[in-house]
Design a protein around this ligand. Structure first.
Ligand code: EPZ
Length: 417
């Protein structure tokens, strides 16, 4: 089990190209199940979560290969409609295959995606919506057995919560439904827009992505397409936190500044200077960060829950108190215990975390428990006195492509041991 060894208090400098968005690539890979011909997906990040999805596509009968930075997928060979348990368990996001397999084959069988480190991950919104579209879904012994004997039919769906996964599942399934599907209270994340862009290139008729109401007119088949995945706004936010805690000036390249509209003000409030030009963002951090007052996680365009952990790590060394309110997931403060081991002063009660900034964190042996918590420990290690050993690197590899190489190229003293 590899670990990361970080020697703190090194300034960062230089330019870094931000990887493609994991949470866009995953639904786009699932959506290829509906297409004919070879899809070419550029800027697809090299991550274990992506590998898990590729494993599912290959199991179903798709041909998938990587050439250069592109992923080539041809789904014409699909001859299965189930996902074995061991593949399902590798990543929670495999639930987004449900709508795709059901739409393509008329049936789908898979185990309930396990809860994960950040809380129970219910799928009631997915199931309710697909049932409204005519799917017959039986849940027994932890398995989902879904059939749509007469195909799916377009209908009016209202999501009680703007769930990203449920919006994606329905959007994909609705592409092959008979008639029009509207999704009210849809998630507005940029990854939803990216998925709609890809599917429309394949011949889908999706409008309103990024708004609260998405309209999908069903079609009978989809071609394949070439598509470049949008940059990862959460990796970008994490790199901003790395620069912020090391009093650094770095340039992020290949990003979409508007995707960070709710993150940038938080870093500016902490005293960072941020300049955005087309596709680039320069951050220049102060000697010491000021507290960010209150950070509330919200559905997009609000502050992203996935950026909470790395930004909370930065708040640990700010001058003053920052209050975090985690409104999206039930159990997303597991990194705080490890940060306290490094000298942070954090109190969590339910969905609130109160972070009293301290002058310095101290290197320690810490353990990551989830993907973004692992990123938070790297941020803390970069600014801590002496050395920090981080275990649970496998979590980091789910969402950050060669993160230690990226950071050492910027001047950090970080390596795998
Ligand atoms: C996506 O997860 C992302 N994952 C998550 O990123 C991200 O944190 C989340 O959206 C919110 O932005 C991928 O895109 C692969 P949700 P998802 O459905 O779709 C509740 C990361 O670190 N809910 O919007 O699972 C749910 O419990 C990951 O990259 C239901 O109650 O998120 C949660 O409290 C972590 N019933 C809230 O909604 C449902 O049927 C938001 O979940 C579905 C969700």
């Amino acid at each position: 089990m590899s670990k990361l060894l970080v020697t703190g208090r090194r300034k960062l400098s230089g330019e870094v190209y931000v990887q493609g968005a994991k949470n866009s690539a995953l639904p786009v890979l699932a959506a290829t199940i509906l297409t004919k011909g070879e899809n070419v997906i550029f800027n697809c990040p090299d991550l274990s979560d992506i590998d898990a999805s590729v494993g599912i596509l290959r199991y179903l009968g798709c041909s998938v290969s990587r050439s250069g930075g592109a992923m080539l997928i041809n789904a014409e060979g699909i001859n299965k409609s189930d996902i074995p348990d061991e593949l399902m368990r590798k990543t929670r996001s495999s639930i987004v295959f449900l709508g795709a397999i059901l739409a393509r084959t008329g049936r789908a069988r898979m185990s309930f995606p396990g809860g994960c480190e950040i809380g129970p991950r219910p799928i009631d919104l997915h199931l309710k919506a697909l049932r409204q579209m005519g799917a017959d879904i039986r849940e027994k012994h932890g398995y989902l057995d879904c059939t749509a004997p007469n195909g799916l039919k377009g209908t009016k769906i209202t999501l009680s919560f703007p769930s990203v996964g449920a919006t994606e599942d329905v959007m994909i399934a609705a592409c092959f439904a008979r008639g029009i599907t509207t999704i009210t209270n849809a998630a507005r994340e940029p990854e939803i827009c990216d998925l709609a862009d890809f599917m429309n290139k394949c011949g889908a008729k999706i409008s309103g992505a990024g708004e609260g109401v998405i309209v999908i007119e069903g079609v009978t088949s989809l071609n394949s397409a070439s598509h470049s995945i949008i940059p990862d706004r959460i990796v970008a936010s994490t790199l901003l936190a790395c620069a912020a805690v090391t009093n650094s000036k770095i340039l992020l390249d290949g990003i979409v500044c508007s995707h960070l509209a709710s993150v940038i003000p938080v870093f500016e409030e902490a005293g960072c200077k941020i300049r955005c030009t087309t596709g680039k963002l320069e951050i220049s951090a102060p000697e010491r960060l000021r507290a960010m007052k209150t950070v509330r996680t919200m559905p997009y365009p609000g502050f992203p829950t996935d950026a909470q952990a790395p930004v909370l790590a930065a708040a640990c060394v700010a001058d003053g108190t920052t209050v975090f309110v985690e409104n999206i997931f039930e159990n997303r403060y597991r990194h705080t215990g490890e940060l306290v081991r490094m000298g942070a002063n954090i109190k969590t009660v339910g969905k609130v975390a109160v972070v009293e900034g301290v002058n310095a964190l101290y290197g320690a042996s810490v353990e990551a428990a989830d993907l973004r918590g692992a990123a938070a420990l790297v941020v803390a290690g970069l600014c801590a006195e002496s050395q920090t050993v981080i275990s649970g690197v496998k979590y980091l590899q789910r969402g950050y492509e060669n993160f230690e190489l990226t950071l050492s190229a910027l001047g950090a003293d970080i390596k795998k041991i």
